[in-house]
Design a protein around this ligand. Structure first.
Ligand code: UDP
Ligand code: MG
Length: 309
């Protein structure tokens, strides 16, 4: 007998909690055939609506349901981390409560895992139903990441993923504060099977991600999985240095050949460009180290629990 932990992050999702439960239970006969027990962890990420009460209702009906309530909204990344930390299963799957990660894919995922994969991940091949501006910037982000990061980050990858305990433990060993799961999944490696599916629109409620929130999240992703932007200051520094040398040559030659009526001004420009170039160059190097240290030093907890059932 093995145990499957289903981790479901919820933030203001009172309408979806029960619906998700019903949908998941449709897969129960398959799980039973395979001899897989189920545990269902709802992570209430500081919801201000009746999400926790809805989960408590389910706990009354079904002993396999668990609830972890945060003291405030810590974000989906923290919710996923808490879920993995609290899960007991030797298989773990993360799913959105809004049914955008269809539980009907679960049997297929489990079969693939049995073929010997460590993880079965999903990606959307279409973005139907999403605002076009959002799709455009999402695509841009993935293209950029491909160029500037060594870690593989799939376009359209979801957090919907079935993993073995071994992979979950590897992910849990990464205690960084600035979490970007799409990168972390890629970073830990392991053999991953990708399943593709058409985008499914949210069943109830509305998305918790504004364009601005997504934009900041993408910056998290870039800083967590690439240090190339820091190099930008250094590159600019080198560029300015080169420019300054050209200017120096230019002014010297001009002075020698044509003479110079306004003395003092050109040399000043040369010196200012040279020095500011060198400064940017040094700032770039410092920034490299500072950014790395800054994120590690604080060591704040990733989440705080208010209630656990
Ligand atoms: N979520 C969360 N904390 C947050 C934001 C979202 O736990 O701060 C959960 C949310 O309840 C849902 C999942 O993360 O189960 C995905 O969120 P959403 O559907 O809003 O994102 P989208 O599918 O639009 O990208
Ligand atoms: Mg969603």
């Amino acid at each position: 007998m093995s145990l499957l932990s289903v981790i479901v992050p919820c933030y203001n999702e009172e309408e979806s909690v029960a619906l998700f439960y019903q949908e998941l239970m449709k897969e129960q006969s398959f799980l039973r055939e395979k001899g897989i027990e189920l545990e269902l962890l709802y992570i209430d990420d500081g919801s201000r609506d009746a999400t926790a009460d809805e989960v408590k209702k389910l706990i009354g009906q079904d002993g396999r349901v668990r609830l972890i309530s945060f003291s405030r909204n810590f974000g989906k990344e923290a919710a996923m981390f808490a879920g993995m930390e609290k899960s007991r299963g030797d298989l773990v799957v993360i799913m959105d409560v809004d049914l955008q990660d269809p539980p009907s894919l679960l049997p297929q995922m489990i079969l693939h895992l049995e073929e010997g994969y460590d993880s079965v991940a999903t990606r959307r091949v279409s973005r139907r139903g999403e605002p076009p501006v959002r799709s455009f910037f999402a695509r841009l982000f993935y293209r950029l990441m491909k160029k500037i990061s060594k870690t593989e980050i799939m376009d359209g990858a979801r957090d919907y993923r079935l993993m073995t305990r071994q992979m979950v433990d590897a992910i849990l060993s990464m205690r960084e504060y600035n979490r970007f799961s799409k990168g972390i999944f890629g970073w830990v490696g392991f053999r991953t099977k990708w399943l593709e599916y058409e985008n499914v629109e949210r069943a109830r409620g509305e998305t918790k991600w504004s364009f601005w929130k997504l934009f900041l999240y993408s910056l998290d992703g870039i800083t967590a999985f690439s240090t190339l932007p820091l190099m930008f200051a250094s590159l600019m520094g080198v560029l300015f240095c080169v420019l300054a040398f050209v200017l120096i040559l230019f002014t010297v030659v001009r002075k020698l050949i044509f003479g110079d009526p306004v003395s003092g001004w050109p040399s000043l420009v040369c010196i200012i460009s040279l020095v500011s170039g060198v400064q940017l160059f040094c700032l770039g190097i410092l920034g490299q180290y500072l950014a790395k240290a800054y994120l590690e030093v604080k060591r704040r907890p990733l989440y705080l629990i208010r209630e656990e059932l």
